[in-house]
Design a protein around this ligand. Structure first.
Ligand SMILES: [Zn+2]
Ligand SMILES: [Zn+2]
Length: 380
């Protein structure tokens, strides 16, 4: 379908907001520079702290807690996320999460609110600036959120809370720090320019994290993993992982993956503000990676004139054996951790054997991949 075939109307409030905030922000910063000199430590600190408070409320709160329930949040955490999330000016938790749940459920289709297949600019921000009257939202997918008192309060007062936390708070901090000039500075740097930065950080998850990067886990949708997108989006750039394992509180799964949202949730958990953090078992992740590799090798076979059937059969049986060895190892390791087994010597021997089975299975499947790359057509 072409863009003109869609029943789109301009949403003037959103369109003006997204156009005017950068103009006011940059013009304001230029005027401040002209009258009071270059931005200094105050501007840097207020910008960064508000950027983290509002940005992390979107990623840790709106996204990973409210949309996906990847952990449980103490009411103080819910309050923090709803107050500073409002200051990100991305609508209420209820609106945001309803769109986001639809995005996951119907990704890359016309029912996906930010369908990446409609192009970069559509998925980045045009979808916010337009309304499609043919698809009114009944919020039937966020009934669990509507039942929460803090979230319902935020929905009723979204603009007032946003102005108070996102703009008036940095303005008040500036005033207390150094009077009127710093109040204006707080408003421009901590309020308006920071709003623009958080907007485009979030928008990048819907646009560039569906365009640039790798697909190590799944290629049935457009989502992608990339470290530099993660850097711009509080860790949300590991988006291919997120689309397949959306209940995981992490997006970057390795300790060195840049995912400040995961670190915030983990820190919150130390203080009891986040509980029941959900983590995908490692063997499920490993199998997803393996299945993608098998898929790629099958494609290599299909593109060559090699008789593919024996290789495909071998990959399938080795994969199934490996999967059951990984699963048994996972079960035995859990048993060991919980200390349920009466005979722990027997259990450690079993674990060593299963580890060996997994290693053997991995060696075998990688040998098949190597054979496929070296295979010569029979008829050649
Ligand atoms: Zn998501
Ligand atoms: Zn996505």
């Amino acid at each position: 379908m072409r863009q003109s075939d869609y029943n789109m109307k301009i949403s003037w409030v959103n369109a003006l907001f997204l156009t005017l905030t950068p103009i006011v922000g940059f013009a304001g910063a230029a005027a401040l520079w002209n009258n009071y000199g270059a931005p200094g430590i105050f501007e840097g600190v207020i910008f960064v702290s508000m950027y983290f408070a509002c940005g992390l409320s979107i990623t840790g709160g709106y996204h990973r807690l409210f949309s996906h329930r990847s952990y449980e949040g103490h009411w103080l955490a819910v309050l923090f996320y709803t107050v500073f999330g409002a200051g990100a000016f991305q609508n209420s938790v209820i609106e945001w999460c309803s769109d986001h749940r639809n995005h996951h459920k119907m990704v890359d289709t016309d029912n996906d609110p930010y369908n990446a297949k409609r192009g970069f600019w559509y998925s980045h921000m045009i979808w916010v600036m337009t309304v499609d009257d043919s698809q009114p939202n009944d919020f039937s997918n966020v009934k669990d959120l509507q039942a929460n008192k803090i979230i319902a309060w935020q929905h009723r007062n979204i603009f007032k809370i946003g102005v108070a936390s996102g703009w008036l708070l940095p303005m008040a901090i500036g005033y207390l720090y150094g009077g009127i000039p710093y109040a204006i500075s707080g408003f421009i740097w901590g309020g308006v320019l920071r709003t623009v930065a958080v907007h485009h950080g979030t928008f990048c998850v819907n646009s560039i994290a569906h365009i640039f990067g790798t697909q190590p886990y799944d290629d049935t949708n457009t989502s992608r993993d990339s470290w530099w997108v993660a850097f711009l989006t509080f860790g949300e750039g590991y988006h291919n992982f997120h689309h397949i394992f959306q209940a995981d509180y992490r997006n970057g799964i390795k300790w060195y993956h840049f995912d400040p949202t995961k670190w915030l949730i983990k820190t919150f958990s130390i203080f009891g503000l986040a509980t029941k953090l959900k983590k995908t078992p490692q063997h499920s992740i490993d199998i997803a990676i393996l299945d993608m590799k098998i898929k790629k090798n099958t494609q290599i076979l299909e593109q060559s004139s090699v008789d593919s059937a024996p290789y495909v059969e071998k990959m399938k049986s080795t994969r199934d054996d490996l999967r059951s060895a990984m699963f048994s190892l996972h079960k035995a390791t859990n048993e060991m951790k919980q200390g349920e087994s009466k005979n722990s010597d027997e259990l450690s021997a079993k674990i060593s054997q299963l580890k060996q089975n997994v290693m053997d299975g991995e060696t075998e499947i990688y040998a098949i991949f190597k054979d496929i790359r070296n295979a010569k057509p029979n008829s050649a």
